[in-house]
Design a protein around this ligand. Structure first.
Ligand code: SF4
Length: 616
């Protein structure tokens, strides 16, 4: 198959041995790359029931067939591992130059095993990989580490991914930072990297992978751009970026506010919404290979954070540190965001767990005596202080360093009721009450509590979804999730950004895949590929003893009890009905969500049939 090299770097940090893993053609056609290939590799290579923070865990970085092509938004890579937050399957997606440079070095990704006995980093180029000493950069924040490594390697244009002190100190929601402001943030992928004592990966290559039909790729891109140009979604996203989502969620009454207690917060308007962020923006920036340029570069003009610059903040961070903590100061949110990026924290989990702690403080469950300072709603100073403590595992921050579920287990006194997470993964700023399909994604996807695994708010143009997008009408969303999540699995196996797809028509994905790889993908084949990926991820969790049908639901976010006012008054997500619809559509068993044997064979997953049904 074109579009990939068919080989991965294989690195064992315990022994220091390095080698290569070949990807056979038929494996590439079945799983593509990214999340798809990662699903097969992690299932095959990881022993069952290992501790995520042990040398046995594996960290896999993967590009996709689109990486290095001219497909818009194709600078994404995925990190795959077993999550220290949920104890199950984890993939986390990020933009980053590193994906293009790994590909240019002649590899589709890397498999990292074992644990180094001293801090190290990986240096990758056309000649392969070297494990180098990171004693000098261990302890640095991610920005310093990236800058220092580029200087050390004498290559300002290298791709660098690194962890900050939060990863080194094993904060459970540590992220992996790339190009200073881009993160593979969720699930604790940076924690696993820190446990391996792997500070960073530096890559620089000079080869170009062959694509099947470059002319067709250019033609498709041109048509896509022409279509996107006249799309209102594209125009708005290009101008305002993701902060526009805050206006949408605020108006819709689904802007999580005060630790998910309310769905709207008027004080955000003009200050921390798209208008407020746009006023502070100095320019726009795009990830490499993308015409959407949805990132805004902001700068604080006055006050104690004057001069702080950021690529962002994105919607999730604005909401988590804004409405969720009742902070209406954009400079404070920018400062909180930069701190999280430098220290290597996922802003979603960080903001969520601080919201949980503020509610504990309000209710008198914790006091200034335990925390060391007042932890009142709206206190930017307290939030910034806690971010530092959580990353460094110091003071009261150490109690919050493993997410809201574990913090509530430590604090007790009924606080479990308002820890807003699924299986230890803190919920993001997408309230499922307006789009109940998202409430289903939070439970039924193999990575619980994640909003980017199937964005059911804005389906790609032309996709027949067969349900009424009206508040209260929940029937059919379970069925629709199968199609949408399968598309997203393939998108993230290909190495492209979801915003590219959401700005165009659904045909674009299989047409571009065919042009890049030379394999004639039909829409149905893309859906089957997505289902294959969903099925392996689910089987991985089953092997780990995880059954999503038994998850504890964060009822506050699911509308039980329902809100008493606003557009979502009296709405409760009918999660049992949605789960049943989804199980039926997937053909998974109603008690343990086990994939059906016949379907496993139809999808070419005979190895899973052997595993789940002891065949052969
Ligand atoms: S749409 Fe935005 S996030 Fe996605 S690749 Fe383009 S610039 Fe990056």
């Amino acid at each position: 198959m074109k579009g990939i090299w068919g080989r991965l770097l294989d690195i064992d940090l315990t022994s220091g041995r390095t080698g290569e893993i070949a990807i056979p053609e038929k494996t590439a056609v079945k799983y593509l790359g990214g999340r798809g290939l990662g699903a097969r590799l992690l299932f095959d290579l990881l022993p069952a029931n290992i501790d995520p923070l042990s040398a046995d865990n594996i960290l896999i970085f993967l590009t996709g067939p689109f990486t290095g092509s001219m497909v818009p938004g194709s600078s994404k890579f995925v990190v795959v591992t077993k999550s220290p937050l949920t104890g199950g399957w984890c993939d986390s997606y990020s933009s980053g130059k590193i994906s293009l440079e790994i590909k240019k070095a002649g590899y589709d990704g890397l498999v990292i095993r074992g644990r180094a006995n001293h801090p190290c980093y990986l240096q990758i180029d056309d000649g392969g990989v070297e494990i180098r000493d990171a004693g000098r950069i261990w302890g640095m924040d991610s920005f310093q580490a990236e800058k220092t490594l580029k200087e050390l390697e004498g290559n300002a244009s290298a791709g660098v991914s690194s962890i900050g002190p939060a990863g080194e100190k094993l904060c459970s929601y540590a992220c992996i930072n790339s190009d200073f402001y881009r993160q593979a943030a969720r699930g604790g992928v940076g924690t696993v990297m820190g446990h391996k004592r792997l500070k960073a990966i530096v890559a620089k290559g000079s080869s170009h992978c062959e694509f099947h039909n470059r002319k067709k790729v250019i033609e498709l891109n041109r048509a896509n751009y022409e279509r996107a140009k006249v799309s209102q979604v594209f125009q708005a996203r290009s101008k305002y970026g993701t902060p526009l989502t805050l206006n949408f969620t605020l108006t819709g009454g689904i802007l999580p506010t005060r630790n998910f207690q309310f769905g709207t917060w008027e004080k955000a308007l003009g200050k921390i919404d798209s208008v407020g962020v746009y006023k502070s923006a100095k320019s726009h920036r795009s990830c490499q290979s993308c015409f959407v340029h949805c990132s805004l570069i902001t700068e604080v003009d006055e006050g104690k954070y004057k001069g702080t610059t950021l690529e962002g903040p994105e919607y999730e961070t604005l909401g988590m540190f804004g409405s969720n903590l009742l902070i209406d100061s954009l400079p404070t949110i920018i400062q909180a965001n930069v701190l999280c990026d430098k220290l290597g924290l996922d802003t979603i989990s960080a903001g969520n767990v601080i919201g949980f702690a503020m509610e504990c403080f309000e209710k008198g469950i914790i006091s200034e005596r335990e925390v060391g300072f007042p932890l009142s709603w709206g206190s930017g100073q307290a939030a910034v202080k806690l971010i530092e403590q959580m990353a460094l595992h110091e003071g009261f921050g150490a109690v919050l360093a493993d997410g809201s579920m574990r913090a509530s287990q430590k604090i007790g006194q009924g606080s479990e009721e308002f820890a807003i997470h699924v299986m230890g993964q803190d919920l993001p700023m997408h309230d499922p009450r307006l789009e109940p399909g998202l409430g289903l994604v939070y439970i039924a996807d193999a990575t619980p509590g994640r909003h980017n695994q199937a964005n059911s708010f804005i389906p790609p143009e032309g996709l027949e979804i067969g349900f009424q997008k009206e508040v209260g009408d929940q029937v059919g969303r379970g069925r629709y999730l199968k199609i949408l999540s399968n598309l997203f699995h393939v998108l993230q196996a290909s190495g492209a950004c979801q915003f590219g797809l959401l700005s165009t028509t659904f045909e674009y994905l299989h047409e571009s895949l065919s042009a890049v790889t030379g394999h004639p993908f039909s829409f149905q084949e893309v859906l089957d590929c997505g289902e294959r990926i969903a099925t392996i991820r689910q089987a991985f969790n089953i092997r780990e003893g995880i059954n999503f049908l038994g998850y504890q639901i964060p009822w506050r976010a699911y509308g039980n009890p329902p809100l008493e006012s606003g557009p979502l008054k009296n709405v409760t997500v009918k999660i049992d009905m949605l789960l049943q619809e989804y199980l039926e559509e997937m053909g998974w068993s109603k008690d343990a969500a086990t994939p059906h044997k016949r379907r496993l064979h139809e999808l070419g997953l005979d190895f899973l049939a052997n595993h789940l049904y002891q065949e052969g």
